[in-house]
Design a protein around this ligand. Structure first.
Ligand code: ADP
Ligand code: MG
Length: 756
């Protein structure tokens, strides 16, 4: 029975169908004249409405408004009855709100709004986290269309954060409405806010679209023709007021291509611009520091390290700034590669700044740089640490070394960006773990050099090619795919407590076995305490609204360390906690003690995620693994199996089989290949989450483009953009494209990952 009670014809009509008497009478109050994309929003839709859109989305122009594309389309014709809802599928339901209740969450801050809807054939509950305001519109008695994915929670079916569109309260007929057309036209569902629900947005957009005059198309005609695109104006009509699915699909394809094209053109231009600025060339110097370092290396560089090293050596020798991203698995030896680059710069009298995301990592980097250089080179190059917690005297000394140029290598955290840190001749900026730093922060550091320094960005998060192209389209990308020889295997297992609660004890048995064998164990929890769920988590937690997961208590460091201490299996083991709320020196001393083998088991948050190198650590136990993202899990796993000791990784989860959360964990356990995982991650993530971008609008998000899916399109668009720029670098003959790029510049598109 796929056709439940559609709204009684004429008695209930959606507000988008101009049936709302207030809507109908509101239209004359809107300005009526022609609009262009640059028409100020106030002129296009009136002060009051414009203010609402400015507040909600920051929109200023008619173009901003029209680039607020529907997120999906609902169909009145294909409704599902509540009586036979298929779990796990996307459904659209016409129903009435029966009950609406908000309550605080039990285990964490925030509220849950539970709404019961019914269509007469059955009932269904809707769940919203931290969106209590929806109670203002989801009033019992109101009817509407609800769309989302059906999930099962505690045995009953529900929709979590569904899209919905409410019909008008008064339910009066829709005079003059073509019922047939109304029945068949797709209903656009817009990204909405509390003040601007989808139907209000739809109403305003529908007023504006017909008034649209000629629209300059950023995609040149010959390209549009070759790619089979509609005109921009037609595409805007098709996406906002489609009369059929074909309409919006065509429109979407055109706009998606356009988005990729403008983005790539912007990135390519930026890349050219960077290349036009002058930098100091830092040639390799025979017999210099770099050569001495190479000759004292105790291991052979891998082929990848060598090849990437050559690319960098070549870049540094150019009189234009290097802008290179080096991606490589945890433990693939990126630090060595970066160090060799710093030495080449030092050979030319230049300094290097090495920026690390945390104090722990900055001091670890300094220690390992000093160790790798050995006493002689260290004495000559004076690697120096600048962090926020130096004593006044230490700080003064460090700053002096930096400004005098004595310190050829300065390692630090954000403190390096501080106003009173200056350099004598800053030649290279190395940024470790790129996505922790924003573009702006790198720019600050760049500003500390007299000419633009070369720049090397290191990331252990493998970036799929298409993401690299989209987010770092202005950087050159090198990859270290190999791990140094002699690395031990890491075995990964999922421990599914949902099905096998007894296995919990087995986890601690394994931990005690590792400790008995003289090895060390990491235990990672998603939170410090029940109240500090969000803590200083360095990574990006998976952004899914899985009701199951949100409602469950989170496993914490506090509770786990207590349980470990009380566990007879681990009696006698030396254990410690490590998390971001601990004073920095305490953190540091725990980390040092662990590295020195004086602690057997450390219960930590993700503060240990990046960079920490403890070769004797053999086991990584991630509790509540489903609360971490794919790349976080992979990075955590990279903490073990680093020395000659084989690694064991247990991903402990209570997520049920078949849930997205569980799949994510299983995907990580299934492969050690970070690049394959990054691709799998893209597939597993829901639309739009890839770049951590905010899909609810705002000028800086990718709108229709999904790097997960649109790799080929992005590549095509990049090639097309390159050929346009090749013939018209200044875009003199492509003014619409130039202005679209200018509009984009306010976006911080390159900064998506940086903000993650
Ligand atoms: P990454 O920064 O990529 O995680 P590191 O540069 O910290 O990796 O290297 C991890 C460890 O491997 C370090 O102890 C380093 O000295 C060592 N290492 C680096 N390159 C090699 C190599 N080619 N052969 C053996 N060991 C290496
Ligand atoms: Mg490293």
């Amino acid at each position: 029975m796929a056709q439940p009670r559609a709204p009684r014809s004429g008695s209930v009509a959606p507000s988008t169908a101009r049936s709302d008497p207030t809507a109908a009478s509101a239209s004359p109050s809107l300005p009526q004249g022609r609009v262009s994309l640059h028409t100020p929003l106030t002129a296009a839709i009136g002060e009051r409405q414009a203010a609402a859109f400015a507040r909600a989305f920051g929109y200023q122009s008619a173009g901003d408004l029209l680039s607020h594309y529907p997120r999906r389309y609902a169909h009145r014709g294909e409704l599902t009855a509540l009586a036979d809802l298929p779990a796990g599928e996307d459904v659209t339901i016409v129903a009435e709100v029966k009950r609406c209740e908000s309550r605080p969450m039990r285990q964490r801050r925030g509220s849950i709004l539970e709404v019961t809807i019914s269509d007469g054939t059955g009932v269904l509950s809707l769940t919203f986290f931290n969106q209590a305001w929806r109670a203002n519109e989801l009033i019992p008695g109101r009817r509407g269309i609800f769309a989302g994915k059906v999930n099962r929670y505690k045995g009953s079916l529900q929709l979590t954060h569904p899209d919905y569109e409410l019909f008008d309260d008064d339910g009066m007929g829709a005079p003059g409405t073509d019922v047939e057309a109304w029945q068949s036209h797709p209903i656009p569902i817009y990204p909405a806010t509390s003040t601007l629900p989808s139907w209000k947005i739809a109403r305003v957009v529908r007023e504006v679209v017909p008034r649209l005059g000629t629209v300059d198309d950023p995609v040149p005609q010959h390209v549009a023709k070759e790619r089979g695109l509609e005109t921009f104006a037609d595409a805007l009509r098709g996406i906002h007021v489609p009369t059929s699915d074909t309409d919006w699909r065509r429109a979407r394809d055109t706009l998606r291509y356009q988005e990729a094209f403008v983005l790539q053109a912007a990135l390519l231009q930026e890349r050219e611009r960077l290349r036009e600025t002058a930098a100091t060339a830092r040639m390799p110097v025979p017999g210099g520091y770099a050569a001495r370092f190479d000759s004292q290396l105790t291991f052979e560089l891998t082929d990848d390290q060598r090849a990437v090293g050559e690319q960098i050596a070549h870049d540094l020798a150019q009189p234009v700034p290097m802008n290179r991203l080096v991606q490589g698995e945890v433990g693939s030896g990126k630090t060595v590669v970066a160090l060799r680059a710093m030495l080449q710069v030092a050979d030319n009298g230049g300094q290097s700044a090495f920026l690390a995301p945390t104090e722990v990592l900055a001091s670890q980097h300094l220690r390992s740089i000093v160790a790798a250089l050995g006493p002689d080179l260290s004495a000559e190059l004076m690697p120096t640490l600048i962090t926020g917690r130096l004593t006044a005297a230490e700080r003064k000394k460090a700053l002096l070394r930096s400004v005098s140029g004595q310190a050829q290598i300065v390692v630090g955290t954000h403190a390096l960006l501080g106003e009173n840190v200056s350099f004598f001749d800053l030649g290279l900026v190395v940024v470790d773990e790129q996505h922790r730093f924003g573009v702006e922060q790198r720019d600050v550091l760049r500003g500390k050099a007299s000419s633009p320094p070369h720049q090397l960005v290191l990331t252990a998060t493998p970036i799929p090619r298409t993401v690299a192209m989209t987010v770092f389209g202005d950087l050159d990308v090198s990859t270290i795919a190999q791990l140094p020889a002699g690395r031990q295997r890491i075995e990964s297992f999922v421990v599914p407590l949902a099905e096998h609660p007894r296995w919990e004890q087995r986890i601690w048995e394994r931990a005690s076995e590792e400790i008995a064998a003289g090895h060390q164990v990491f235990v990672v929890c998603p939170a410090i305490s029940p109240k500090e769920v969000e803590e200083d988590d360095l990574g990006e937690p998976p952004d899914d609204t899985d009701a199951d997961r949100q409602a469950k208590p989170v496993v914490t460091v506090e509770q786990t360390i207590a349980a470990v201490r009380a566990n007879p299996l681990l009696a006698g083991a030396r254990v410690a906690a490590l998390h971001g709320r601990m004073p920095a020196d305490e953190k540091d001393s725990v980390m040092r003690a662990f590295a020195a083998g004086a602690i057997d088991l450390v219960v930590a948050t993700t503060v240990i995620e990046v960079g920490v190198d403890v070769p004797n650590a053999s086991a990584m136990i991630v509790l509540d693994a489903d609360r971490f993202g794919v790349s976080q899990l992979h990075q955590l796993r990279g903490r073990v199996g680093r020395g000659s000791v084989a690694g064991l990784c247990l991903f402990v989860t209570t997520a049920e089989a078949g849930t997205l959360a569980r799949e994510r964990v299983e995907a990580v356990a299934a492969t050690l290949d970070g690049f394959a995982l990054a691709e799998a991650d893209l597939d597993l993530r829901r639309e739009g989450d890839v770049l951590g971008s905010n899909q609810s609008g705002g000028r800086s998000s990718l709108r229709l483009l999904r790097v997960a899916r649109d790799g080929d399109l992005i590549e095509t668009a990049r090639a097309d953009a390159a050929s346009v720029l090749e013939n018209d670098g200044g875009l003199q003959r492509h003014r619409a494209l130039a202005s679209a790029i200018a509009d984009r510049l306010t976006d911080r598109s390159r900064d998506f990952l940086a903000r993650a």
